[in-house]
Design a protein around this ligand. Structure first.
Ligand code: GRF
Length: 187
């Protein structure tokens, strides 16, 4: 199997990154993680890059034209798929144009509900019945590209934000690999 060279963007913990690294070590999983990009030099997820000796770069999104540094590195590592796994910055349009239908994001809600931040607290406030996660293509509008996979569960009475996050992330770790397999098996 020819694996797609993939770059994972992170900002924090990196549990989705860790899961994708584990999956990609399987010969039958269609991606190889060749590069990790973080906008946060203190992101815990960077430790997975170090542990598995995957090249990583830290980008400062406050610098003008920072996206050029990203684009150069994506080229250098011949990246053909980008996975946003807890990347807390808006992706610049130039990047989206260069990687049309090649950027996936995972979002902790059942889109189109609860786009943006603080999904769990907003869900609880509006007394939702179901929670879950969505993997979708990235386009120019926040959390609005076509859905690839959604996974849901029923919210229990005693679910607080912490429990919702734990339950959602458990589903995310299934949904992201499934979404990758789904889009790449159509290629
Ligand atoms: C995930 O819940 C994802 O849905 C959201 O940010 C979180 C990142 O978690 N976009 P992790 O860094 O992968 O643990």
């Amino acid at each position: 199997m020819v694996k797609k060279n993939t770059c994972v963007f992170i900002s924090g913990q990196g549990s989705n990154l860790q899961n994708l690294i584990a999956r990609s070590r399987d010969n039958n999983f269609p991606i190889k993680i060749c590069l990790i990009i973080s906008n946060n030099k203190n992101a815990k997820g960077i430790n997975f890059a170090k542990k598995y000796r995957i090249p990583y770069i830290i980008i400062n999104t406050k610098i003008q034209f920072y996206e050029n540094k990203i684009l150069l590195n994506l080229k250098k590592y011949k990246i053909s798929l980008i996975c946003l796994a807890g990347f807390m910055k808006i992706i610049p349009n130039s990047l989206i144009k260069n990687y049309k239908k090649k950027i996936l994001n995972i979002h902790p809600s059942l889109l189109p509900k609860f786009k943006g931040l603080n999904t769990y607290s907003r869900m609880l406030k509006s007394r939702e019945i179901k929670a879950g996660c969505t993997v979708h293509f990235v386009n120019e509008k926040l959390d609005s590209g076509n859905t690839i996979i959604k996974k849901s569960f029923f919210i229990s009475d005693n679910d607080d934000e912490k429990i919702l996050k734990r339950k959602t992330q458990k589903l995310e770790h299934k949904a992201f690999p499934e979404a990758i397999i789904k889009i790449l098996s159509n290629n």
